[in-house]
Design a protein. Structure first.
Length: 254
Protein backbone atom coordinates (compact mmCIF):
# COMPACT_ATOMS: atom_id res chain seq x y z
CA UNK A 1 0.00 0.00 0.00
CA UNK A 2 1.40 3.41 -0.99
CA UNK A 3 1.07 6.04 1.72
CA UNK A 4 0.85 9.62 0.46
CA UNK A 5 2.90 12.33 2.13
CA UNK A 6 0.75 14.24 4.64
CA UNK A 7 -0.43 17.67 3.51
CA UNK A 8 -1.14 18.99 6.99
CA UNK A 9 1.83 17.72 8.93
CA UNK A 10 3.29 19.77 11.77
CA UNK A 11 6.34 19.54 13.95
CA UNK A 12 5.39 17.57 17.03
CA UNK A 13 6.25 19.46 20.21
CA UNK A 14 4.63 17.03 22.64
CA UNK A 15 2.79 13.76 23.03
CA UNK A 16 -0.34 13.07 20.94
CA UNK A 17 -2.70 13.26 23.89
CA UNK A 18 -5.66 15.33 22.78
CA UNK A 19 -6.06 18.03 20.17
CA UNK A 20 -3.43 19.72 18.01
CA UNK A 21 -4.45 23.36 17.95
CA UNK A 22 -1.41 24.41 15.91
CA UNK A 23 -2.93 23.15 12.66
CA UNK A 24 -6.63 22.86 13.46
CA UNK A 25 -8.68 25.42 11.53
CA UNK A 26 -11.46 26.34 13.93
CA UNK A 27 -14.49 28.31 12.80
CA UNK A 28 -16.33 28.53 16.13
CA UNK A 29 -15.16 27.77 19.68
CA UNK A 30 -17.46 29.37 22.22
CA UNK A 31 -16.24 29.07 25.81
CA UNK A 32 -19.43 29.58 27.80
CA UNK A 33 -20.73 26.02 28.14
CA UNK A 34 -21.14 24.81 31.74
CA UNK A 35 -19.50 21.46 32.53
CA UNK A 36 -21.30 18.83 34.57
CA UNK A 37 -19.22 18.47 37.73
CA UNK A 38 -19.43 14.67 37.81
CA UNK A 39 -18.23 14.09 34.22
CA UNK A 40 -14.75 13.70 32.77
CA UNK A 41 -13.50 14.07 29.22
CA UNK A 42 -10.28 14.90 27.43
CA UNK A 43 -9.37 17.58 24.92
CA UNK A 44 -10.19 16.32 21.43
CA UNK A 45 -13.09 14.17 22.63
CA UNK A 46 -16.65 14.72 21.42
CA UNK A 47 -19.06 16.20 23.95
CA UNK A 48 -22.78 16.85 24.16
CA UNK A 49 -25.31 18.57 26.41
CA UNK A 50 -27.36 16.68 29.00
CA UNK A 51 -30.95 17.48 29.94
CA UNK A 52 -29.71 20.28 32.22
CA UNK A 53 -27.76 21.82 29.32
CA UNK A 54 -24.44 20.85 30.91
CA UNK A 55 -21.49 19.45 28.99
CA UNK A 56 -20.87 15.71 29.32
CA UNK A 57 -18.89 13.20 27.31
CA UNK A 58 -20.73 12.29 24.10
CA UNK A 59 -22.61 9.00 24.33
CA UNK A 60 -22.82 8.73 20.55
CA UNK A 61 -26.30 10.12 20.06
CA UNK A 62 -26.04 13.91 19.93
CA UNK A 63 -22.46 15.20 19.40
CA UNK A 64 -22.19 18.99 19.50
CA UNK A 65 -18.43 19.40 19.01
CA UNK A 66 -14.93 18.75 20.31
CA UNK A 67 -13.73 19.72 23.78
CA UNK A 68 -10.84 22.16 23.58
CA UNK A 69 -9.42 21.40 27.05
CA UNK A 70 -9.22 18.51 29.52
CA UNK A 71 -11.67 17.83 32.32
CA UNK A 72 -9.75 14.81 33.57
CA UNK A 73 -6.98 13.65 35.85
CA UNK A 74 -5.78 10.88 33.51
CA UNK A 75 -4.68 11.43 29.93
CA UNK A 76 -4.04 8.91 27.16
CA UNK A 77 -1.47 8.92 24.39
CA UNK A 78 -2.19 7.33 21.01
CA UNK A 79 0.51 5.11 19.51
CA UNK A 80 0.21 4.18 15.83
CA UNK A 81 1.93 1.17 14.23
CA UNK A 82 4.33 0.04 16.95
CA UNK A 83 6.38 -2.71 15.28
CA UNK A 84 6.75 -5.90 17.32
CA UNK A 85 7.53 -9.58 16.71
CA UNK A 86 5.19 -12.30 17.98
CA UNK A 87 7.02 -15.54 18.79
CA UNK A 88 5.26 -18.75 19.69
CA UNK A 89 2.43 -18.14 22.13
CA UNK A 90 4.54 -16.03 24.49
CA UNK A 91 3.38 -12.56 25.54
CA UNK A 92 5.28 -9.74 23.81
CA UNK A 93 5.51 -6.42 25.64
CA UNK A 94 4.54 -3.19 23.97
CA UNK A 95 6.45 -0.03 24.79
CA UNK A 96 3.68 0.97 27.22
CA UNK A 97 1.36 -0.66 29.75
CA UNK A 98 -2.10 0.31 31.06
CA UNK A 99 -3.79 0.32 27.68
CA UNK A 100 -7.10 2.09 27.25
CA UNK A 101 -9.27 -0.99 27.51
CA UNK A 102 -12.40 0.75 26.30
CA UNK A 103 -11.27 1.22 22.71
CA UNK A 104 -9.36 -1.97 21.93
CA UNK A 105 -6.28 -2.12 19.70
CA UNK A 106 -5.47 -2.81 16.07
CA UNK A 107 -2.97 -5.48 15.02
CA UNK A 108 -2.16 -5.54 11.29
CA UNK A 109 0.36 -7.06 8.93
CA UNK A 110 1.17 -3.67 7.33
CA UNK A 111 1.30 -0.04 8.42
CA UNK A 112 -1.88 2.03 8.78
CA UNK A 113 -4.07 -1.05 8.82
CA UNK A 114 -2.85 -2.28 5.45
CA UNK A 115 -2.58 -5.95 4.60
CA UNK A 116 -4.48 -8.12 7.08
CA UNK A 117 -6.08 -6.73 10.21
CA UNK A 118 -6.17 -9.55 12.72
CA UNK A 119 -8.99 -10.51 15.07
CA UNK A 120 -8.59 -10.42 18.83
CA UNK A 121 -9.14 -13.80 20.53
CA UNK A 122 -8.93 -15.65 17.19
CA UNK A 123 -5.46 -14.43 16.18
CA UNK A 124 -4.09 -12.76 19.31
CA UNK A 125 -4.93 -11.84 22.90
CA UNK A 126 -4.15 -8.67 24.85
CA UNK A 127 -3.36 -7.84 28.46
CA UNK A 128 -4.39 -4.20 28.81
CA UNK A 129 -2.85 -3.85 32.27
CA UNK A 130 0.51 -5.37 31.31
CA UNK A 131 0.58 -3.95 27.79
CA UNK A 132 1.27 -7.28 26.08
CA UNK A 133 0.13 -9.00 22.90
CA UNK A 134 0.17 -12.80 22.60
CA UNK A 135 -0.14 -14.75 19.37
CA UNK A 136 -2.83 -17.45 19.32
CA UNK A 137 -1.60 -20.79 17.99
CA UNK A 138 -3.51 -21.84 14.90
CA UNK A 139 -4.57 -18.29 14.10
CA UNK A 140 -3.64 -16.19 11.07
CA UNK A 141 -0.46 -14.75 12.59
CA UNK A 142 2.51 -17.00 11.86
CA UNK A 143 5.14 -17.83 14.46
CA UNK A 144 7.84 -15.14 14.46
CA UNK A 145 5.81 -12.69 12.38
CA UNK A 146 6.25 -8.93 12.79
CA UNK A 147 3.05 -6.93 13.18
CA UNK A 148 1.99 -3.29 13.54
CA UNK A 149 0.05 -2.43 16.70
CA UNK A 150 -2.05 0.72 17.26
CA UNK A 151 -3.43 1.53 20.71
CA UNK A 152 -4.01 4.13 23.44
CA UNK A 153 -2.41 3.99 26.90
CA UNK A 154 -2.58 5.96 30.12
CA UNK A 155 0.33 8.37 30.50
CA UNK A 156 2.27 7.64 33.73
CA UNK A 157 3.04 10.35 36.27
CA UNK A 158 6.67 10.50 35.12
CA UNK A 159 5.55 11.75 31.70
CA UNK A 160 2.78 13.90 33.10
CA UNK A 161 5.35 16.12 34.79
CA UNK A 162 6.51 17.27 31.36
CA UNK A 163 3.58 16.49 29.08
CA UNK A 164 -0.16 16.80 29.36
CA UNK A 165 -0.32 19.93 31.49
CA UNK A 166 -2.31 22.84 30.16
CA UNK A 167 -1.32 26.48 30.56
CA UNK A 168 -2.69 26.46 34.12
CA UNK A 169 -0.26 23.54 34.83
CA UNK A 170 -3.18 21.23 35.64
CA UNK A 171 -5.26 18.70 33.71
CA UNK A 172 -8.71 19.60 34.96
CA UNK A 173 -9.28 22.88 33.15
CA UNK A 174 -12.60 23.72 34.80
CA UNK A 175 -10.79 24.27 38.09
CA UNK A 176 -9.61 27.53 36.55
CA UNK A 177 -12.44 28.41 34.19
CA UNK A 178 -15.40 28.71 36.59
CA UNK A 179 -16.80 25.38 35.34
CA UNK A 180 -16.94 26.66 31.74
CA UNK A 181 -15.52 24.83 28.75
CA UNK A 182 -14.68 25.83 25.20
CA UNK A 183 -16.29 23.60 22.57
CA UNK A 184 -15.26 23.55 18.90
CA UNK A 185 -18.39 23.60 16.75
CA UNK A 186 -19.28 24.60 13.21
CA UNK A 187 -17.47 23.65 10.02
CA UNK A 188 -13.85 23.22 11.08
CA UNK A 189 -10.71 21.17 10.52
CA UNK A 190 -9.71 19.40 13.73
CA UNK A 191 -6.68 17.25 14.47
CA UNK A 192 -7.39 14.88 17.35
CA UNK A 193 -5.84 11.77 18.89
CA UNK A 194 -9.13 10.79 20.53
CA UNK A 195 -10.34 8.20 18.03
CA UNK A 196 -11.05 4.47 18.04
CA UNK A 197 -7.59 2.95 17.37
CA UNK A 198 -8.98 -0.45 16.41
CA UNK A 199 -10.39 0.78 13.08
CA UNK A 200 -8.76 1.20 9.67
CA UNK A 201 -9.26 4.74 8.36
CA UNK A 202 -8.71 6.19 4.90
CA UNK A 203 -8.84 9.69 3.47
CA UNK A 204 -12.51 10.68 3.01
CA UNK A 205 -13.76 7.95 5.37
CA UNK A 206 -16.98 9.14 7.00
CA UNK A 207 -16.71 9.22 10.80
CA UNK A 208 -19.16 9.54 13.66
CA UNK A 209 -19.30 9.60 17.44
CA UNK A 210 -18.61 6.30 19.17
CA UNK A 211 -21.29 4.83 21.41
CA UNK A 212 -20.93 4.52 25.18
CA UNK A 213 -22.36 1.00 24.91
CA UNK A 214 -19.38 0.04 22.75
CA UNK A 215 -16.94 1.60 25.27
CA UNK A 216 -16.24 4.35 22.73
CA UNK A 217 -17.87 7.31 24.47
CA UNK A 218 -16.37 10.59 23.23
CA UNK A 219 -14.16 8.90 20.63
CA UNK A 220 -14.38 9.28 16.87
CA UNK A 221 -14.98 6.05 14.97
CA UNK A 222 -16.02 4.90 11.50
CA UNK A 223 -19.59 5.43 10.41
CA UNK A 224 -21.73 2.38 11.09
CA UNK A 225 -19.79 1.56 14.25
CA UNK A 226 -21.19 4.35 16.42
CA UNK A 227 -24.78 5.20 17.17
CA UNK A 228 -25.26 8.80 16.13
CA UNK A 229 -25.02 11.16 13.17
CA UNK A 230 -21.97 11.52 10.98
CA UNK A 231 -19.67 14.30 12.18
CA UNK A 232 -17.33 14.65 9.20
CA UNK A 233 -14.75 12.99 6.98
CA UNK A 234 -11.11 12.04 7.41
CA UNK A 235 -8.71 14.62 6.00
CA UNK A 236 -5.48 12.95 7.12
CA UNK A 237 -4.95 9.38 8.30
CA UNK A 238 -2.98 8.79 11.52
CA UNK A 239 0.51 7.35 11.08
CA UNK A 240 3.46 6.36 13.24
CA UNK A 241 5.14 9.69 12.52
CA UNK A 242 1.95 11.70 13.10
CA UNK A 243 -0.66 9.94 15.29
CA UNK A 244 -3.25 12.72 15.01
CA UNK A 245 -6.28 12.21 12.78
CA UNK A 246 -7.31 15.19 10.65
CA UNK A 247 -11.08 15.58 10.36
CA UNK A 248 -13.18 17.90 8.20
CA UNK A 249 -15.96 18.50 10.66
CA UNK A 250 -19.50 19.20 9.56
CA UNK A 251 -21.39 21.98 11.31
CA UNK A 252 -22.82 20.35 14.44
CA UNK A 253 -25.85 21.57 16.44
CA UNK A 254 -25.15 23.92 19.34
Amino acid sequence: MTIADPQWEAYQSGLPIGIDLKRSDIASNLGTYVVNRSTTFRAGMLVQLNSSQELVVCDGTAPMGFAKYDVATSLYETVVDEYIQLNGVVATSLANANLYAGSGIRVSSAAQGGGTTYAVTTDYTVSAVNGTVTRVGGGSITDGQYVYVTYMYEIPNSKMQFEGKNFWNVNNAIEYTNARMTVITGQSIVFTSQYDPSRVYAVDSVVEAGAVGDNLGGLVTLTGVGAGPNIGTVLQVPSAADPFMGIRMYGLPQ
